[in-house]
Design a protein around this ligand. Structure first.
Ligand SMILES: Cc1cc2nc3c(=O)[nH]c(=O)nc-3n(C[C@H](O)[C@H](O)[C@H](O)COP(=O)(O)O)c2cc1C
Ligand code: SF4
Ligand code: SF4
Length: 248
């Protein structure tokens, strides 16, 4: 089984590429929980603020994972995996398992604040399949990585999320008057946090109903989504091309 979490499609693409024939692909954003007895377990996700996405942490905690033969993680990130491997190992150890192998893949950054140039995006996407192939071989050979388990969401991660929320005000999401009610953001929002009302996108009031996945702000063709002070532009918008086709 491969569990994935993905806002803008990088992790979806990696998870799907690593999948073996007949193996189950579980979307942590929409499935209630994962149930696994033996077999291999892969977890593919983006690094958020130096750790695993908080909603993925909650998903792993409530999942029923019993003695997988081999466990691996692939973190897609703009820079690095932060402490996410240590966090995942901690969560798996709590279930009597472990994390055998972990690897990062640098991919286009979905966090609008650090968006890459289109040239860099093209370069990274050009290299993705080679990197995935390499990881696939290592997993097939049962390679192991030394990882020290650490409790998820340490002080540094919490502080970055706090600053992100407070300074940038990203928890306050809204659409501008340029929103034409096309519904693209609704299709991308797996949290069901966006509705079209009177021809405009309206976001849920509580940030607790949002994965902070940045899919909506990247997908909007009008660049009409605002996260507090954070806005997007045509040049900075990013959705993985294969994921874009899937959501269409
Ligand atoms: C809220 C948020 C926080 C992020 N924090 C980090 C980070 O701390 N380090 C990093 O390397 N990339 C960070 N990124 C970039 C993503 O990890 C990266 O683009 C990832 O591949 C996106 O995966 P997805 O397309 O599957 O959603 C962040 C992105 C978002 C939306
Ligand atoms: S994608 Fe943009 S234009 Fe379309 S409904 Fe959402 S906010 Fe409005
Ligand atoms: S509202 Fe936007 S950021 Fe929040 S879960 Fe939906 S698509 Fe992701």
């Amino acid at each position: 089984m491969i569990v994935y979490f993905s806002g803008t499609g990088n992790s979806y693409y990696v998870a799907k590429s690593l999948l073996k024939e007949g193996e189950e692909l579980v979307d942590a954003m929409t499935a209630g929980k994962a149930v696994l007895r033996g077999g291999r377990l892969g977890v593919v996700y983006p690094c958020y603020c130096g750790d695993m996405p908080p909603a993925l942490i909650a998903f792993i905690k409530r999942s029923d994972i019993d003695k997988p033969d081999y466990t691996f993680a692939v973190c897609t990130c703009g820079l690095n995996e932060g402490r996410s491997f240590a966090s995942l190992k901690y969560l798996l150890c709590e279930k009597g398992s472990t994390l055998d192998y972990a690897e990062k893949i640098v991919m286009p950054d979905s966090c609008v604040l650090f968006a890459f140039s289109q040239k860099k995006v093209g370069k990274l996407l050009g290299k993705q399949d080679e990197k995935i192939k390499n990881i696939k071989e290592k997993i097939a050979n049962g390679e192991r990585t030394e990882i020290k388990a650490k409790k998820p969401l340490g002080m540094r991660t919490k502080t970055v999320w706090f600053m992100f929320g407070r300074l940038m005000g990203i928890y306050k999401k809204y659409s501008l008057n340029t929103c034409n009610g096309c519904g693209t953001c609704v299709k991308y929002c797996k949290a069901g946090n966006i509705k079209i009302r009177d021809g405009k996108a309206v976001f849920g009031k509580s940030h607790k109903n949002c994965y902070e996945c940045f899919a909506c702000i990247n997908a909007c063709p009008q660049c009409a989504v605002r996260f507090g002070r954070l806005k997007n532009t045509e040049e900075k918008r990013y959705i993985h091309p294969v994921y874009k086709e899937k959501i269409k």
